[in-house]
Ligand binder design. Structure first.
Ligand SMILES: NC(=O)c1ccc[n+]([C@@H]2O[C@H](COP(=O)([O-])OP(=O)(O)OC[C@H]3O[C@@H](n4cnc5c(N)ncnc54)[C@H](O)[C@@H]3O)[C@@H](O)[C@H]2O)c1
Length: 541
């Protein structure tokens, strides 16, 4: 496929309008103190060259039900946007309860009567591998589509997320023919074995921040175990899931095994969560929505639910490490993916002995962050996903200022189109401030000072979330103390956001129920059947 410039593929106006003008401070000053003159200079030098990427067109905007792309039953569509400009790039079938019914019926039939659950696990594994090959072949286009619809840097999508997506399917293909039950030593009179069987029709609801990766976390293990699926995409980012669903059918997946419906949460999402014929619900999204779907699942057919929810992860910088490296890692932990990560290290706790140096360097690093058109080389940060998230982030910045945190840098919007937010750093943050308690989901770093390990453990654990944590120290004793005391599903020591397919992920407290990825994710999609046979025929037989 001939490479072309992205600017010739997307509307010229959109592309031109997305270039970033000088930084401006949108917010008026609050009571909190603000250092410097408020006008930030961003390095855009590294971001001036356009990337050459393959042509990308939006081919799939309808639901995939029973192997066919179909319009919504209502005939309605909803818009998908380019976050660089807010411009509409596609009109996508808007699913409602009727579409969910159609998709669940197809998945039910494929499970009850189709070849998939009975197919040899080796053959299932081969289909997953063929799919991974096709994704690899189309990975440049998929990365471009992901960037176009989500706003994440193209280089991040192409170099990190697409390879991870492929790796996830290789990993689950490897599991497909290794799932087996046990022989259980019981009472001496019976032979007892367990059969691990697919659970049935899996309903899956995913968010917009990593549309492809979230698809892989859910679809990979469900298919490896022999289930059928109805997946609802996030309304902001329906495009790449529909594209890869098509590739699955090219790879030989029987019709009805994977159905993808796009639509809004309270309609299509709620219909899926409460459907009587869905045997399992896997949800990723906010904690508030997680509570709603859990209730819908319980009130309908008591389907088991796994929840991957929000976070407010601490990143703890001890006094013994290299400060420059700590600054860089803490910066990455928070700002990666525009700060739109469930596990973002959004509370940076820094030991008082190194606090001043760390703060100064963190501020400089944030000021050097390259924000701009995510299709350009060297861009580290693109726009937030949409107007709603953008306004939410600005409101939290306002709240930080109003609650007397010190705005070290950033604080406003960039340019006058799209949803670009200045990399923002707050110091003097107190534990009870909203910016230290709520999930902001944006490029806003809160830096907090601590004195000793016992104190920081208590404070790091003092939120309703428990998704992840980061620890930066050279001292093995400190690392061990912290990893055991932190109430979080993942603790990264001297690293952050390491997401290999084999590493389980999930939350303590209100960050979720259950685990995804790794061997743990298989249990989400399996029923265990105990088969008990007497060793000798009973006398009454
Ligand atoms: N723990 C994890 O692994 C993980 C990963 C990524 C994102 N997240 C979390 O996701 C959130 C951001 O994503 P979001 O804004 O898309 O979350 P969200 O809760 O608004 O939406 C998530 C999904 O739920 C659907 N939904 C919304 N209302 C619904 C309802 N009433 N019934 C059924 N479905 C409904 C949405 O359409 C979307 O598909 C953040 O809180 C983030 O931390 C968690």
């Amino acid at each position: 496929m001939a490479a072309r410039r992205i600017s010739s593929l997307l509307s010229r106006a959109v592309y031109a309008s997305s270039s970033i003008g000088p930084a401006s401070l949108l917010l008026s000053r609050g009571r909190g103190s603000v250092r410097g003159n408020g006008i930030k200079k961003f390095s855009t030098a590294a971001a001036t060259e356009e990337l050459i990427i393959p042509p990308v067109q939006i081919s799939y905007t309808k639901h995939l039900i029973n192997g066919q792309f179909v319009d919504a039953a209502s005939g309605k569509t909803f818009p998908a946007h380019d976050p660089r400009s807010g411009e509409v790039i596609a009109h996508v079938a808007e699913g409602d309860a009727e579409d969910i019914n159609r998709a669940v019926s197809a998945a039910r039939k494929a499970f009850d009567e189709g070849p998939w659950p009975k197919m040899s696990p080796y053959e299932r594994s081969r289909i997953l591998l063929r799919f991974a090959d096709l994704v690899e072949k189309h990975s440049d286009e998929l990365a471009a589509l992901e960037t176009w619809n989500n706003g994440k840097p193209y280089e991040q999508a192409a170099k990190s997320e697409l390879p991870l997506f492929v790796r996830l399917f290789h990993y689950y293909a490897g599991w497909a023919d290794k799932i087996h039950g046990l022989t259980v030593p019981a009472d001496g009179d019976h032979h007892v074995q367990t059969l691990h069987e697919p659970i049935g029709v899996a309903g899956q609801i995913i968010p917009w921040n990593f549309p492809l990766i979230m698809f892989a976390w859910k679809v990979g293990p469900a298919l490896a175990c022999g289930n059928t699926i109805v997946l609802k995409t996030a309304e902001q980012t329906p495009l790449t899931a529909l594209y890869v669903a098509k590739l699955f059918h090219e790879a030989g997946l029987p019709p009805g095994v994977l159905n993808v419906v796009s639509g809004y949460g309270p309609t299509a999402g709620a219909a899926l969560a409460s459907h009587m014929d869905v045997d399992k619900l896997a949800f990723t999204g906010s904690t508030d929505t997680g509570k709603i779907v859990l209730e819908l699942a319980a009130r309908s057919n008591l389907k088991p639910v796994t929840l991957e929810l929000g976070g407010k992860s601490p990143f703890i910088v001890c006094e013994d490490g290299d400060i420059d490296k700590a600054v860089e890692l803490a910066h990455f932990a928070l700002f990666f993916n525009q700060g739109q990560c469930c596990c973002a290290g959004s509370r940076t706790f820094v030991h008082e002995r190194v606090y001043d140096e760390f703060l100064e360097k963190s501020k400089k690093r944030a000021l050097r962050r390259v924000v701009g058109d995510p299709f350009k080389k060297g861009v580290e940060q693109g726009p937030q996903i949409d107007e709603e998230q953008f306004q939410k982030v600005l409101r939290y910045i306002r709240s930080g200022i109003d609650s007397n945190a010190t705005l070290e840098c950033g604080g406003g919007r960039l340019g006058n189109k799209g949803y670009f937010v200045e990399p923002t750093v707050f110091s003097d943050v107190k534990d009870d401030m909203l910016i230290a308690q709520d999930e902001i989901f944006g490029p806003v770093q809160s830096i907090l000072k601590f004195k000793d390990i016992d104190e920081v453990i208590k404070r790091a654990n003092a939120t309703r979330y428990g998704l992840a944590a980061g620890v930066f120290t050279k001292n093995i004793n400190t690392a061990n103390t912290l990893t055991r005391a932190l109430r979080a599903g993942t603790v990264w020591v001297n690293c952050f956001d390491v997401f290999d397919a084999a590493i389980p992920f999930g939350g303590y407290k209100m960050s979720g129920i259950g685990r995804e990825k790794g061997i743990y994710s298989l249990n989400n999609y399996l029923q265990v059947k105990a088969v008990v046979t007497p060793l000798k025929n009973p006398a009454w037989l």
